[in-house]
Ligand binder design. Structure first.
Ligand SMILES: [Fe+2]
Ligand SMILES: [Fe+2]
Length: 280
């Protein structure tokens, strides 16, 4: 694991950054996720770190630190991406973001550390198993997107999601791995909880983003757009689900998730700043 600090300039990027508008807004809506879930992940991991032993768990604590610093970079840049979308004609996106942010404040106030970690591990499972869709180019093909800082943001992010895929899983099992049967069922429940929550919030935002664009459409254009929206959501949903299904196994170990073919080439594009190189 390395902490990289790339910069992506979205000044010249349009919120409609690919030719498949419906797919682009699906991704724009998903862009809300890291901006709010990742600060939450960092808080949960800090809370978990307090339960670990500074000596016996020293390696895991080092990995938590690297994980948190990677997620810190992710949400910083995704907030810039989201500002590009919001300021590009979708001001009410802020309302969706406020609701989503409040969800995490609520979770942190009311849920147990076991629940929080299972939710976080659910999210990490979704990200790391789906990383190849971005890293190996299927997503940009689906989006009809030319090379741009928007595409690079997602590729870099998902490559690092793959890179740090084991950390939350190890923390969860270190703190709540026994009894094994319960730990497995509870982890699986966390995947479902996270998926449902994220789908619900991003579907509402996607609806808003597409509604704004459909205001200028004829009835026929709108009908075709709605058809493309359903087809795109079904296709990408199925692609993600095919990869996610293995995480429900009691023997799931993210360390054994096969890497995207282009993982190393993607990560190599973002060198580690001098003096900040660390590995785990
Ligand atoms: Fe991330
Ligand atoms: Fe992550």
């Amino acid at each position: 694991m390395r902490v990289r600090s790339p910069e992506f300039d979205f000044t010249d990027v349009s919120p409609r950054w690919g030719s498949n508008l419906e797919a682009v807004h699906l991704v724009n809506a998903q862009g809300m996720i890291p901006a709010y879930i990742e600060p939450f992940l960092i808080k949960v991991m800090r809370r978990a770190a307090e339960e670990l032993d500074p000596l016996a768990d020293a390696e895991l604590l080092r990995d938590i630190d690297l994980f948190n610093r990677q997620e810190g970079q992710h949400y910083r840049l995704h907030r810039a991406f989201n500002a590009m979308v919001r300021d590009g004609g979708y001001p009410d996106m802020a309302d969706h973001e406020a609701v989503f942010e409040q969800d995490y404040e609520h979770f942190l106030r009311t849920r147990s550390l076991r629940w929080l970690l299972a939710y976080c591990e659910g999210f990490e499972s979704i990200g790391s198993t789906g990383a190849e869709l971005w890293v190996d180019g299927q997503m940009e093909t689906e989006l009809g997107a030319a090379p741009s800082p928007a595409v690079e943001l997602w590729k870099w992010h998902l490559a690092e999601e793959y890179e740090h895929r084991t950390v939350v899983n190890r923390v969860y099992h270190r703190l709540y791995g026994r009894p094994r049967l319960f730990a497995w069922l509870y982890r699986a429940h966390g995947i479902i909880t996270a998926s449902r929550h994220l789908n619900r919030r991003t579907a509402a935002l996607r609806r808003y983003l597409l509604d704004v664009d459909r205001r200028g459409m004829t009835d026929e254009q709108r009908r075709l757009s709605e058809e493309r929206e359903s087809a795109t959501a079904r296709k990408l949903g199925a692609a993600n689900l095919r990869r996610l299904v293995r995480t429900f196994s009691p023997f799931y170990d993210p360390a054994r998730t096969p890497p995207p073919a282009g993982l190393q080439a993607t990560l190599n594009r973002y060198p580690v700043p001098a003096g900040r190189s660390k590995s785990a």
